[in-house]
Design a protein around this ligand. Structure first.
Ligand code: N01
Length: 847
């Protein structure tokens, strides 16, 4: 015998306690033994609701039951019958087991305290089990489509099996039976009984004692309501999920029942828990296999529930990437679901509603190019569109292409688990839904996981706090308030001038000053719009062949070293006047790769900042000096620096006066506390990987993506990950993404992924997966290219420096979207070089 250590220890402990054998005790005393043991079980997980119920029994009596409602919205209803030989135990002793099942399965669990023998002999337990089942159907399922399942262990498993046989004729419809080492037959003469190794907690005398109390008449025991193995016809029963233990006198009769179910055409999933004994499932906390069995049952129930929700692809996120991806997959004939946490489309433009939020790529360029009709019809009003206008555009796209019908709003994907046998993903949402999909596409955005302010005491502030990336839909009125803004990145730089217009007093807490250029925003003229629309096709092509997807103004291929100081000044001035983000970085070819070339342009911008700010000390504080221009994302602003010329606007340099904590009244820095009515956190995002890592993603062999990426993201082309087949990251880490016009990169990635999936369909492939070698080669190339630039020098979110503890790696491909496109196209043209594929038919087909 090779029982696991915990079981061996438990048996040894019980033996040394030298109590009387169960069979020597009257049932009432025997019950106390179990109750004493249950005190050692840990508490189960918290529930949304725990309700004790009395269900009327047909004989006028009452059946005690406990309804356990999980925190997440239930995806099904499980009626559970506990074990204990119809004589022992109750729902109090099974409270932890019930809670664990409810939490893991995300199901409402009704624990039934059917009345026990010998006070209530057979068939009372059967009647009670039935009455509780009918009650659950009426009160917990009702008019909903929630699937009804039954389950139980040992004697409870026996009742669950009997319920399924009875329900076949008279309903209710049971979608799954969960049988944990159920008692199947009353003849105690099978080989399981003969093996001395099985004579453990449940042994032959104990089983005989149970039968004698429950059904004293040996003939009556053979009735299928007591011995379900003896039923004549097992066809048309619900699918069964059956567990046994390796050391169990009942294992053979359970296996006989499994065989008979299968012969009758009932789908059965069967698992034996090795090195375990009968009863292990009833002992939470004492026997680790109990946890494993709950997890196993949870996974199987997930799958069972997901059968109803099977699609070709799940897309996570309904921002621009998710919308276009849905459009493309539909065109390929794939059934697709989009899961979106927000209540509407738009992604980043749905959440970032802070004052002044607008794009810093020109509107007519920051738009989809895949539909010439769309780009001709839509009219942008300003050079740089505001957040509401961009959100209207996203909504227009969703409506125009009829996308909403495949989007589930207000639901967040929490887990995605890959099943190698089926080559499919099980995608879980926080709404309790589980979806089976061949492909999972993360369209979760690069800057969509707002960084929770890691400032001590942040939660203690008594006034309202706001995070720019999660701005309230209804807006905020700061009129007459004393406001603090923490952070001076793009979001802060856009919002500070507008907050200053309302606030009676505004203090900006700056840790690192930003390079910002005046946007020169203005309404678009009719002729600009007409001209662009006439040129749109050529412009889209130019976007594709530009390293940042921003062809205007054109790049200068000359080194700054070859220009005279006067020429440099002239070209920087010209770039400055354009109000375009890339104008200064593309003024010379080596701005981002040569320290001296960068110093020249950085000094130019520093002088411009000094010109814009009246107070020389304030100006000097606002001038960035600690990193080269462009190595942290530069900003575009409207009157940002000028705002500090206002008397009621103050700047605190956190490098000189460090922030100590947020207090109930305001902000405490080294030099003292300042009181505020409201605080705005413009503290940025857990960029590139944050939104992906928020989901528990498990690939081949159960490997967690967060473990694989523990030392930084590792991808092939920024779109695929070795060990995670049929899993795609749109504008993922190590793709050009945030170093480009996102719309250009999104379209390129979505097109590539869609072509890849279309190719798989044509080739009848079940899965595609990046190879480790390809991933390593891509990572090495990324690093080599990044190291040719000045980018790694800055403590930016590009390297994860803004998130304490995040591994430092450069997370975007610096080689340019033009070069990147060529590489991706070549990979596709060579039959997806660097990927391994599995044909359909080499995997299990989902029933
Ligand atoms: O975030 P950020 P963002 N104590 O990370 C400071 C895009 N975007 O939301 O630099 C004190 O840039 C932090 O200081 P430091 C764009 O790509 C685009 O503004 O880490 N300060 C920094 O000043 C952009 O780059 C648009 O030293 C703390 C600020 O908070 C990206 O989104 C508009 C702190 C965060 O700046 C992110 O921009 C808006 C702490 N504990 C955003 N933690 C447009 O299209 C952080 N900070 C126009």
């Amino acid at each position: 015998m090779n029982l696991d250590i915990a079981s061996t220890a438990l048996l040894a402990q019980m033996a040394s306690a030298e109590g009387p054998a169960l069979t020597e005790l009257p049932p009432a005393e025997a019950r106390l033994v179990g109750a004493a043991m249950a005190e050692a079980y840990p508490d189960g997980p918290d529930m949304h609701e725990v309700r004790d119920i009395l269900i009327p029994a047909r004989d006028g009596g009452e059946i005690r039951a406990r309804l356990l409602q999980p925190v997440e919205r239930p995806a099904g209803v499980l009626v559970y019958y506990h074990g204990g030989g119809w004589v022992l135990s109750d729902i109090d002793q099974y409270d932890t087991v019930g809670r664990r099942l409810a939490a893991r399965m995300r199901c409402s669990v009704l624990m039934v305290d059917y009345r026990k023998a010998p006070e209530h002999r057979f068939p009372t337990a059967v009647h009670d089990a039935w009455d509780a089942l009918v009650w659950a159907q009426a009160h917990l399922v009702g008019d909903t489509t929630l699937p009804l399942m039954v389950g139980g262990d040992s004697a409870g498993g026996n009742l669950a099996a009997v319920m399924c046989q009875k329900a076949k004729e008279r309903g209710p419809a049971i979608s799954l039976q969960i049988l944990i080492y159920p008692v199947c037959d009353s003849d105690m003469d099978g080989p399981g009984y003969a093996d001395p190794a099985n004579q453990l907690l449940l042994n032959t005398p104990v089983m005989a004692w149970f039968w004698d109390h429950y059904v004293p008449d040996p003939e009556q025991r053979r009735h299928p309501d007591a011995s379900p193995l003896r039923a004549e016809d097992l066809s048309d029963l619900p699918p069964a999920l059956v567990i046994t233990a390796e050391y169990d006198i009942l294992r053979d009769e359970v296996e006989a029942y499994v065989d008979r179910l299968r012969e009758a055409g009932v789908p059965v999933t069967y698992k034996q828990f090795d090195r375990q004994m009968h009863n292990f499932f009833a002992m939470p906390g004492l026997l680790p296999a109990q946890d494993k069995a709950v997890e196993y049952l949870g996974e199987q129930v997930d799958r069972h529930l997901a059968r109803a929700s099977t699609v070709d692809a799940v897309i996570v996120g309904a921002g621009f990437a998710g919308l276009y991806q849905l459009h493309r997959l539909r065109a390929l004939g794939l059934t697709t679901r989009v899961i979106e946490a927000g209540e509407g489309v738009g992604g980043t433009w749905y959440w970032n509603r802070y004052p002044g939020a607008r794009c810093d790529i020109e509107s007519m360029a920051y738009s989809f190019g895949f539909s010439p009709e769309l780009e001709q019809d839509w009219v942008w009003s300003e050079k740089y569109a505001t957040q509401p206008e961009i959100l209207r555009y996203a909504e227009h796209v969703a409506d125009r292409f009829d996308l909403r019908r495949d989007i589930t709003f207000g639901a967040r994907v929490t887990r995605a688990i890959y099943d190698e046998n089926e080559a499919r993903w099980w995608v879980h949402t926080d709404q309790g839904e589980v979806i089976s999909a061949q492909h999972v596409i993360m369209a979760t955005g690069c800057l969509s996981a707002p960084k929770v302010p890691d400032i001590e005491g942040a939660e203690s502030f008594e006034g309202p706090t706001y995070v720019t990336g999660l701005w309230p839909k209804e807006g905020v009125d700061f009129s007459g308030q004393r406001v603090a803004v923490i952070g001076t990145g793009s979001s802060a730089i856009q919002s500070i001038p507008l907050i200053a217009e309302q606030a009676s007093d505004l203090t900006v807490y700056q840790r690192t000053p930003a390079y910002s250029l005046p946007a020169g925003n203005r309404p678009l003229t009719n002729s600009e719009i007409v001209d662009m629309k006439a040129e749109y096709r050529a412009f889209r092509q130019a976007q594709k062949t530009h390293p940042a997807g921003i062809p205007n103004p054109p790049r200068n291929f000359q080194s700054a070293h070859l220009a005279t100081p006067e020429e440099r000044q002239q070209s920087y001035e010209a770039g400055w006047k354009t109000g375009i983000l890339t104008a200064l970085s593309s003024a010379y070819s080596d701005t981002l790769s040569d320290q001296q070339a960068n110093d020249w342009v950085s000094d130019f911008i520093r002088d411009k900042i000094r010109e814009r700010v009246d107070d020389p000390d304030v100006a000097e504080t606002l001038v960035p000096k600690s990193y080269p221009f462009g190595t942290k994302r530069p900003c575009l602003d409207t009157n940002y620096f000028e705002t500090f010329n206002k008397d009621h606007v103050h700047l605190v340099d956190l490098k000189r006066d460090p922030l100590e904590r947020i207090t109930p009244k305001g902000v405490q820095t080294q030099s003292g506390e300042t009181a505020f009515d409201a605080i705005v956190f413009a503290t940025g995002f857990d960029a590139m990987t944050g939104a992906i890592m928020r989901v528990d993603i498990r690939g081949i062999g159960g490997q967690a993506l967060k473990d694989k990426w523990a030392n930084g993201p590792h991808t092939y082309l920024g779109v695929a990950v070795a060990g995670f087949p049929n899993f795609y990251t749109i504008t993922g880490p190590s793709s050009p993404s945030v170093l480009s016009n996102m719309m250009v990169s999104i379209e390129q990635h979505v097109d590539w992924v869609s072509d890849c999936i279309g190719w798989m369909k044509d080739q009848n492939l079940a899965s595609i997966e990046a190879t480790e070698a390809a991933e390593d080669e891509w990572a090495a190339h990324n690093e080599a290219v990044a190291n040719m630039t000045l980018f790694p020098q800055a403590d930016s979110w590009y390297v994860g420096a803004n998130v304490p503890g995040k591994p430092r790696t450069f997370m975007a491909y610096v080689g340019g979207v033009d070069v990147y496109r060529v590489i991706c196209d070549q990979v596709a043209a060579t039959g997806y070089d660097g990927f391994r594929v599995r044909p359909m038919g080499s995997v299990e087909v989902v029933a």
